[in-house]
Design a protein around this ligand. Structure first.
Ligand code: G3P
Length: 215
C-alpha cells in the first residue's frame, strides 16, 4: 500500500513527508494555483519520495515539452498526464523515454486499460468526482483491479478525489494499490478525537495514582 497526500502546501509536505510513512505527494493544477505556489517550489520537496506533478499542455507536443521541463527540475519526478487522445500518445512516448508516468482523470476501466497499454506506472481514478454521475467509484476501482489481475498488468491504481475517509478505506478494501488524500483527510486520519479522549483518561488516571503523566 502507498499513501500519498494530495496537496501543494509546502510546509505540510515538508512536515508530513518527513514525520510519517507517506510515499510522497501528488498535486494538480487546481491545487497548485489555489495554494498560490509554483512548480519550482514543489518539485524538489520530499527528497527520496515520489512526487507527481501534472503536465498543463493539452496537445501532444506540449505535454512532451512540459514533461521535459519537469524532469529537468527533478530527475525522478512522475508526470501526471490526462487520459485524452493526445494524452495517451504522450504517455506512450514518454514511457519509451524512461519517464515515470501517472495517467490521471480516469473515469472508466477502458481508460485504465489504455493507459496500462501505454506502459504507465500509475492510473488515478477520480473517485469522488464519479459520485456526481451514475458511476460508483468503488465498483470502478474493483473492476480496474480485476482487469489488471486478469491481464497480469503491473500498473498501480492510485485512487484519488476523496471527500471523506470512508471513501478512502473502501477504495483500499476494493484493492487500490495506493490512495492520494487531501490534507484535511490525512489530518483526520492521524488525529482521531475518540482516541485522543481515551488517551487523556489513561493519563489522567495514571497521574492521579503516580503524580506523573509518564512511566
Ligand atoms: O488529482 C486529482 C484529485 O486531486 C482530484 O480531487 O477533490 O478535485 O476531485 P478533487
Amino acid at each position: 500500500m502507498e499513501l500519498f497526500i494530495d496537496t501543494a502546501n509546502v510546509e505540510k509536505i515538508k512536515q508530513y513527508c518527513e514525520q510519517y510513512p507517506l510515499a510522497g505527494f501528488t498535486c494538480n493544477p487546481t491545487i497548485v494555483t489555489t495554494e498560490n505556489r509554483t512548480v519550482e517550489e514543489l518539485v524538489n520537496l520530499a527528497p527520496g519520495k515520489r512526487v507527481f506533478v501534472q503536465a498543463i499542455a493539452e496537445d501532444y507536443e506540449g505535454i512532451l515539452e512540459d514533461a521535459r521541463k519537469l524532469r529537468a527540475m527533478r530527475e525522478d519526478i512522475y508526470i501526471k498526464v490526462p487520459c485524452t487522445p493526445d494524452g495517451y500518445r504522450a504517455m506512450y512516448t514518454l514511457k519509451q523515454e524512461g519517464y515515470g508516468i501517472l495517467a490521471t482523470a480516469v473515469y472508466t476501466v477502458g481508460q485504465a486499460l489504455m493507459a496500462a497499454a501505454c506502459g504507465v506506472d500509475y492510473v488515478a481514478p477520480y473517485v469522488n468526482r464519479m459520485s456526481d454521475t451514475e458511476i460508483d467509484g468503488c465498483t470502478l476501482v474493483e473492476d480496474i483491479v480485476a482487469a489488471y489481475a486478469a491481464q497480469q498488468i503491473e500498473t498501480k491504481v492510485v485512487a484519488a478525489s476523496f471527500k471523506n475517509l470512508n471513501q478512502v478505506v473502501r477504495l483500499l478494501v476494493a484493492g487500490a494499490d495506493a490512495v492520494t488524500i487531501p490534507l484535511n483527510l490525512f489530518e483526520k486520519l492521524i488525529d482521531n478525537k475518540l482516541t485522543n479522549d481515551a488517551v487523556k483518561v489513561f493519563a489522567d488516571q495514571w497521574e492521579a495514582h503516580f503524580n506523573r503523566r509518564s512511566i
